[in-house]
Design a binder for this molecule. Structure first.
Ligand code: CUA
Length: 334
């Protein structure tokens, strides 16, 4: 049998590894609230946690007291059983009911507070969930993008959400609770991010083979940076210079099947897949699955279903030259 020391020795790297992961990127955790909505949930959680601590101490305390006080002793007879003690019965019925009231009132208050409409100056975003990626449209700003939601710190956002196919659920834990996206219906989520940063999110409703690969990123920026992002998104990406690999990629893209599903404003207008007008400026591709590097984009163009099960983007029959040129072109779209 391994000694305690050996067990500790084996566990230490695992624990350190987990701690390391948590420290490296912003944790996808509800315990690091970064919006008013997330703080409301956090306050609720902490309140209920302390109620649970009180109940735990009370129950375990009574249990220990009973075990000790009524333990078997040499020479002592059997203890006298209690039958029908009205006061005790009222007590242990009323106490849990009262505790549930203490939990229910703030919970219901929070539900109503967070399901309300956002203020007039909120950034309006239409969120459309697809198997397996997120479409973000800013109707007032004339922007369509995918998988990366940009917001301004301190400014409320109103998400108006629906689905193009099955039920999905929007969840960026640091910014608030989950909300389902349902085809033919509109659900709402409103919150105000309070800290600049990049926050991971995830679809939280099983929606098919790549449900676990349906990630998203919320980028919360200063007012100036957000305005800069808006201005860039509203314009077109700079056209490639003549004779460059980017230009060859642009030509290859224009005659490929890509254009049937993807939009690059000014060049193609497909709507089945993510809008690629500024895809080069996103940190990740394939709904947060891979970093936006040349190798990953090329692999993705080559055979998406091999990298993301169920991906609607088919295995493309491209020559390696075309594939690489298209990857270079797409990454230049900033
Ligand atoms: Cu979309 Cu799970």
């Amino acid at each position: 049998m391994p000694s305690h020391k050996q067990t500790l020795f084996c566990l230490a790297p695992l624990v350190l590894g987990l701690v390391g992961c948590a420290a490296e990127q912003f944790p996808q955790s509800t315990l690091h609230p970064r919006s008013d909505f997330a703080w409301a949930i956090q306050d609720l959680f902490v309140g209920i946690f302390w109620w649970a601590v009180v109940v735990f101490l009370l129950v375990e305390g009574l249990l220990l007291f009973t075990l000790f006080r009524f333990r078997a002793r040499a020479g002592a007879g059997d203890p006298r059983p209690q039958h029908g003690h009205t006061l005790l019965e009222i007590g242990w019925t009323a106490a849990p009911a009262l505790i549930l009231v203490f939990i229910a009132v703030p919970t219901i208050r929070t539900i109503f507070r967070t399901a309300g409409r956002a203020s007039e100056d909120a950034v309006q975003v239409r969120v459309i969930a697809h198997q397996w990626w997120w479409e973000f449209r800013y109707p007032d700003l004339g922007i369509t993008t995918a998988n990366e939601l940009h917001l301004q710190v301190g400014r409320p956002v109103a998400l108006e959400m629906t689905s193009a196919d099955v039920i999905h659920s929007f969840w960026a834990p640091a910014l608030g609770g989950k909300r389902d996206l349902i085809q033919g219906r509109t659900t709402r989520l409103a919150f105000t991010p309070d800290s600049i940063g990049s926050y991971r999110g995830q679809c939280a409703e099983f929606c098919g083979s790549s449900h676990a690969n349906m990630g998203l990123r919320v980028v919360v920026e200063s007012e100036a940076r957000f305005a800069g992002w808006v201005a860039r998104e509203q314009g077109l990406a700079l056209p490639p210079l003549p004779g460059t690999l980017e230009e060859r990629g642009r030509e290859a893209y224009a005659r490929s099947a890509c254009v049937a599903c993807h939009a690059v404003r000014g060049l193609s207008s497909g709507t089945l897949g993510p809008d690629l007008t500024h895809v080069g400026s996103r940190a990740a591709i394939a709904a947060g699955l891979f970093e936006n590097t040349h190798a990953n984009v090329a692999r993705w163009i080559e055979n998406a279903p091999a990298l993301k099960p169920g991906s609607l983007m088919p295995h493309m029959a491209l020559t390696p030259d075309d594939r690489d040129a298209i990857a270079v072109y797409l990454r230049s779209l900033k």
